[in-house]
Design a protein around this ligand. Structure first.
Ligand SMILES: Cc1ncc(COP(=O)(O)O)c(C=O)c1O
Length: 381
């Protein structure tokens, strides 16, 4: 663990907190946490569950009403899964991913990450003694099939994908997923598909699931959760969907580690999935508006290029014309204009001219903060 680097996001967050304590106005764009409260109907369901005594251990697989709600969520999309075979509920999607990796990867294995990639993937891979290998995406953050093919070695046992992506907001199409599935069959590897942002998508785009191209879950483990789409970060609730053998192994890990996810959180999540979706749709539309504004602000800046994200709540602009490392640039922006982004290098060495900005921040902070950044930037040339 001593060889694992500290989180780039948290480092910036702590620097920002120190300045805030001195009374500086800080514009936070570094943390990937919804700024909306958990929807009221979901909170009410959690309170009701507490009062009804959902305060004890439950099955390590998950509470049956939530397992059924998750299975129905997929079945309604035409993806057949069995709630008692193919699902495990975990305390956060992070733990679903970690126990999936523990259950599947041996030390010495190589695990590919489409990069830029969420730093946690590399850390988890290293925690089980395996080797993370970055596979760069194309310059417009699409799948680079040739790069993926050329990364295949006999020791590759898995690939981690994340669509829509943290940090780019880019999305893989169903055709990309099919290409990945075919490669997984040809080269005998597993695909961990982190789909936590699948319902935070914009302009009518529908994010395909790895389950659309691998309905029998032969090669895929789906990671999903409630933190992002339902603004439920603190309830700590995620899940995985996969074949019964992998899920069975993950259940054994859970039995011997965290035992289960909190029962009352699971009851609240049943309401999140089955209850009124109005406030969830409102959040999505608010993110879409913010995405339009923040992308436009970056696109209008001299010497900055920025792709319009298809989903999630991040933009990943490129500042290469300024010839500064992403850490130096992030620290300067924080000190000079109080704007906090995450250095791109955290997402892969090749991205040291990028910064990630999360637009899970208020519209007024986006407008004010990014405008300040725009006014300051020319002084760095
Ligand atoms: C890509 C990705 N996957 C998973 C997670 C973790 O979610 P959870 O809060 O469910 O552990 C995050 C949170 O930042 C994320 O960005």
């Amino acid at each position: 663990m001593e060889r694992i680097p500290a989180s780039g996001t948290l480092k910036m967050f702590e620097l920002a907190k120190k300045l805030e304590a001195k009374g500086r106005k800080i514009y936070h764009f570094e943390v990937g946490e919804p700024d909306f409260p958990t929807p009221a109907n979901v909170v009410e369901a959690g309170i009701k569950a507490l009062k009804e005594g959902h305060t004890k251990y439950v099955s390590s697989r998950g509470a049956p009403p939530l397992l059924d709600a998750i299975a129905d969520y997929y079945n309604q999309q035409g993806i057949k899964i069995d709630s008692q075979e193919n699902v495990i509920v975990t305390p956060g999607a992070k733990l679903a991913l970690f126990s999936g990796i523990m259950a599947t990867i041996d030390s010495g294995d190589e695990v590919l990450c489409l990069s830029p990639a969420w730093p946690t993937y590399r850390v988890m891979i290293r925690m089980v003694g395996a080797k993370p290998v970055d596979v760069p995406m194309s310059p417009d953050f699409q799948l680079d099939e040739e790069a993926l093919k050329s990364a295949m070695t006999r020791t590759v046992t898995a690939l981690i994908i994340n669509s829509p992506s943290n940090p780019t907001g880019g999305a893989l199409t169903k055709e990309h997923l099919k290409t990945i599935y075919d490669l997984a069959c040809d080269h005998d590897f597993v695909v961990f598909s982190d789909e936590i942002y699948e319902s935070l998508v914009y302009d009518g785009f529908r994010q395909a699931s790895m389950l659309d191209v691998d309905p029998d879950m032969k090669r895929s483990l789906i990671i999903n959760g409630f933190s992002k789409s339902y603004a439920m970060t603190g309830w700590r609730l995620g899940y995985a969907v996969g074949n019964s053998q992998t899920i069975g192994n993950m259940i054994r890990i859970q039995q011997n580690t965290t035992s289960c996810a909190a029962d009352f959180s699971q009851m609240a999540a049943v309401e999140a999935l089955r209850g009124d979706q109005t406030s969830i749709e409102k959040m999505r539309l608010a993110y879409q508006k913010r995405r339009d504004v923040i992308t436009q602000l970056f696109c209008d800046m001299d010497g900055v290029s920025c792709m319009s994200p298809k989903g999630a709540f991040y933009v990943f602009p490129d500042f290469s014309e300024y010839n500064l490392s992403s850490t130096t640039l992030a620290e300067l922006l924080l000190k000079k204009v109080g704007v906090v982004g995450t250095p791109g290098v955290a997402f892969g060495k090749a991205y040291d001219s990028y910064l990630r900005f999360s637009y899970s921040a208020s519209m007024s902070d986006i407008q004010e903060g990014i405008t300040k950044l725009r006014e300051y930037l020319p002084s760095l040339k």
